[in-house]
Design a binder for this molecule. Sequence first.
Ligand code: DHB
Length: 488
Amino acid sequence: MVLPVCAMAKEKTAPGLVFDASKGVAGSVSMPEGKIVNYTAYTNLYYVTNIEDATSQYLNVFVPEGADESTPIFMPNYVGGYMAAQPRSINPGDASGRALAEGYVVAIPGARGRNSVKISKKGKPIYVGRAPKGLLDLKAAVRYLRHFDPWMPGNAERIISDGTSAGGAMSALLGATENHRAYAPYLKEMGAADERDDIYAAVCFCPIIDLEHADMAYEWLYGCTNRVSRPLTDAQMKVSEELASRYASYLEGLKLRKPEDGSPLTDHNYKDYIKELLIKSAQAAKDFGADIPDTLGFTFSNSQTFAPPVNGRFMPPRESSPHRRMIPGNRQGEYITGLDLDRYLNYVVSTIPLKTPPAFDSNGVAGGEASGEYEEFGDETGGSIHFTDYSLRQATGNGEATIEAKTKELVMLMNPMSFHSDSGATVAEHWYIRHGARDRDTSFPVPINLAVKLQNEGKDVNFKLPWNRPHSGDYALNELFDWIKSIL
Ligand code: DHB
């Protein structure tokens, strides 16, 4: 069925959205373990009518054999570095291939990004993908899937979005800003379908979010590495200390509660909570046979405390205990009992150097250069702008300067932390959030705050700092797809 008959999907200025179910093309993909998955592909489905970038504002949909109206839709995005992402084909090596092999419909939308350009009639570049355009495109893709749900295999009420890093941020934003009226005028102007844009679940690998607080969080956490394993100039040192000192009040303002027992999570006990999460991560890896070197800062139940804890306490065996003789030397015991966080953070830095302060809104501050985020908040002319008062003041030397209201609005639209308490939005029920235990692209409190806030709001959140993972995504796919099965 063609909807509506008057428009062709391929036309760049299509007057209406189109889905033609007769246009499916058969294909197949060979999975790494040899399984062949046959599918029908619907490609180049433009999800808005006012197309500004025909290379990215469409989606490709892959329907595996056996899928029907009730099949969940897995929707990965390939946004990275806040840059434009083209809609891809199925990749057997990543979550798209796995999802297809699991029998899910896979919808892969493209999205504009900070580098999206169209050329004006006068030959000048116009930047058409700056914030919040990439997010709007993904929302439009969700609306498209819902608009044509009756005619397309797959259930648009079961969309599971997936992304990594900036794409993880997009996935978090899709989940946290559903149906929010703040985005409605933009979506209308773009010619997105007039539909809801909520999703069922958000999978977020190392989401680079909360950009206006991420600089502070970074220095608050990694300050202990300054001039230990992180060389800094005097100017950078000063910026690091100033930013770090501003984070406590933000943390207090979040009014988070520990999901485990409901007790307040504040600046005073937050680092202990990070330790708990890291110990849990290392312990899980150790249980699976990983070697956790003694040098990273962990303490272990050693031969003297070999016995499992009794009432939560490790009981040192007496001199005459048989354990003493059974375990030679001072071998690591079964349990990780503590962590020297400063030592661990210096270890992380030794594996990959940190960003210099400020980590994100860096341009012109203590010798910093423009980051991707700085460009993300630029305008159509290609100009880029500061998105925090702190960096604006540092870069301009004007201690009174504040970012413009327009920028503030953009920053808010791009932060999943902005919206949870807003009555206009709904929030996805199911969340899978991962940030590697060795990932320093943003600091641990950033994803932790998101996970805890969602849990405090009663959402179903599966959160971990997976052991030894650097900045990366779409890993441990068995675990991910077991989780997906569990929520469906
Ligand atoms: C990405 C990585 C970053 O360090 C960052 O600041 C923004 C985006 C990314 O990989 O997408």
